[in-house]
Design a protein around this ligand. Structure first.
Ligand code: GLN
Length: 560
């Protein structure tokens, strides 16, 4: 039987509840346990697919085509298991199921109510992930204790413990210990209130994870232990970390996994964190600079490109570079001299997006990078911008564009990017996209096949428009290689420019499958090509700083 861990949040949002759940997942997996993880979101959207990235950050797509919360990205990157859409349920999806059941007459004339019908449906979603093969199901409850919307979820997880037995459930509450500047003190009161609120819903936390901007002294931990009635070992200090990837190590040090295993009567082996530790260590002392520009329209909220940024970081771990991501607003590129807008970049990512705003900036960046040998990776809309650049500036199709941007009085004569046939009849905004993992066949001689080390690859997708394979000959005659197609040969999945150090686009989102120890191949390739070009352009920048050389020789001297 699976054990269940419920992670709730108190005091404020954005505390890193998702990262706590993901870190705990990693630690339990490193102890040899089989872990699955899910997020319950208290908003009414059926899924985050229709939400503006400014509101909600990136939409994380699973292999099976689920459009899910970005916390699932943290879960996959930390726990290193591919999840499915069953790992994300919203109030909207739960109500939809209950209302559909009511319309079918499944409730046999009964009055349908939040308790028990909505709470039962929530419990059903939680139980759906449990099985004989799974040791632990971690369920993060989105939102903050005290929100109106969260109540049915708290009631469901309260009941859950009664249903499956108290030895099978562990409640972890993540709260904030703020530092009050003028008083010069960390304060426990908001945590006390939050735990009181949780208790008023019938839930006594087993573990409290205290988020703060600095380490918390023992006397405050003891105070919280006594006032919140949680044994001291269950009070975990989680100060801000320099990098996300240090969090599991810090939580292990603070005893989180050991304590959770004790409460759940799980075998408490020492977790094998060797690889994770060496990943974190590999960043130490890294000095080779590399500046990668991400040019998009949602850059003011970095969470909108969370997986892109993480994939770049994963590649930087492998190539031991000190990566700086420069966020560049694509609309602003339109109004600037392009070489000023892109000055100093060693490489470029043109990420995905929807709608016309900022597209001219992406196209201009694609042109500039192509003409100036700047390594560039285009993702989905980014690839489409590269195709439009090539169509207009090399193939000679003036005014080539995507039909996504047609307006009543401006219809492109050359829709090189056009709506996919399969999507032309669909009207439901929630169901119009090509979603999830699709296989592509690569030209074995291509750059992309070499980068992937394979000629059949699978990546996740989220798009309505396509670069149709009917253009392959016309573009390849002019030097652009369509190096990967869908197995039926209808859709272009990868493009590349053979004579360029790296000018590669994909219709997919390879960033979603990147892992800290296994960067997505195209990000790996981009960082490698950018570093090579940067070293060629400016070798002095890559001469080891004199103080580092000195420290090394001092160490040698000391050792001898
Ligand atoms: N808007 C484009 C399409 O729907 C690109 C989507 C994306 O970048 N994810 O095809």
């Amino acid at each position: 039987m699976s054990k269940h861990i419920f992670v709730t949040g108190g005091v404020t949002s954005s505390l890193g509840k998702g990262l706590t759940a993901a870190s705990l997942g990693r630690l339990l997996k490193s102890k040899g346990l089989k872990v699955v993880i899910q997020k319950l979101d208290p908003y009414l959207n059926v899924d985050p697919g229709t939400m503006n990235p400014f509101e909600h950050g990136e939409v994380y797509v699973t292999d099976d085509g689920g459009e899910t919360d970005l916390d699932l990205g943290h879960y996959e990157r930390f726990v290193d298991e591919s999840l499915t859409q069953a790992s994300n349920a919203t109030t909207g999806s739960i109500y939809s199921s209950v209302i559909a059941a009511e319309r079918r007459g499944d409730y046999l004339g009964k009055t349908v109510q939040v308790i028990p019908h909505i709470t039962d449906e929530i419990k059903k979603r939680i139980s759906a992930l449990a099985s004989d093969d799974i040791d632990v199901v971690i369920t993060e409850v989105g939102g903050t204790v005290g929100d109106i919307e969260i109540l049915p979820f708290l009631e469901a997880i309260r009941q859950f413990r009664l249903d499956v037995g108290k030895e099978n459930v562990c409640y972890v509450h993540v709260t904030l210990i703020p530092f009050i500047g003028p008083a010069g003190e960390l304060k426990t009161k908001p945590t006390q209130h939050s735990v009181t609120e949780l208790r008023s819903r019938g839930i006594q936390p087993d573990v409290i994870v205290l988020r703060s901007d600095r380490p918390i002294q023992q006397n405050l931990m003891s105070k919280i232990s006594s006032l919140c009635d949680v044994p001291l070992d269950g009070v975990i200090s989680a100060p801000d970390a320099d990098s996300l990837y240090e969090i599991p190590l810090g939580m292990h040090e603070a005893g989180l996994d050991d304590y959770v295993c004790k409460t759940l009567e799980l075998p408490d082996n020492e977790p094998d964190l060797t690889e994770w530790q060496s990943l974190v260590d590999s960043v130490e002392g890294v000095w080779k600079p590399l500046k990668i520009g991400v040019i998009g329209k949602y850059v003011t909220l970095h969470d909108a490109y969370l997986s892109v940024a993480e994939a770049l970081r994963h590649a930087s771990f492998k190539h031991e570079v000190d990566i700086e991501i420069k966020w560049i607003l694509s609309d602003r590129v339109e109004g600037m001299l392009i070489d000023e807008a892109l000055a100093g970049l060693d490489g470029i990512v043109l990420p995905g997006g929807f709608g016309e705003r900022g597209v001219q900036g992406k196209i201009a960046a694609a042109t500039y990078a192509r003409e100036n040998n700047i390594p560039t990776l285009g993702l989905c809309l980014g690839m489409q911008a590269m195709v439009i650049d090539y169509a207009r500036n090399v193939v000679g199709l003036e005014d080539a564009y995507s039909s996504e941007f047609n307006t009543a009085d401006r219809i492109t004569p050359h829709p090189v990017i056009d709506l996919m046939e399969s999507q032309k009849e669909v009207t439901d905004m929630g169901g119009t996209m090509r979603l999830g993992a699709y296989v592509a066949k690569l030209d074995p001689e291509s750059q992309v096949a070499k980068i992937y080390g394979d000629s059949v690859v699978s990546e996740r997708h989220r798009h309505r428009y396509e670069f149709s394979a009917k253009h392959v000959d016309q573009f390849s005659e002019q030097g652009l290689s369509c190096s990967g197609l869908s197995p039926d040969g209808q859709l272009v999945e990868f493009i590349e420019l053979p004579d360029h150090p790296f000018w590669i686009g994909t219709q997919a989102h390879p960033e979603l499958k990147s892992r800290p120890d296994r960067p997505a191949p195209l990000f790996d390739g981009l960082v490698e090509a950018s570093l090579n070009q940067a070293m060629k352009r400016n070798p002095e920048r890559y001469e080891k700083p004199i103080d580092l050389v000195a420290t090394e020789s001092e160490q040698l001297h000391e050792r001898s």
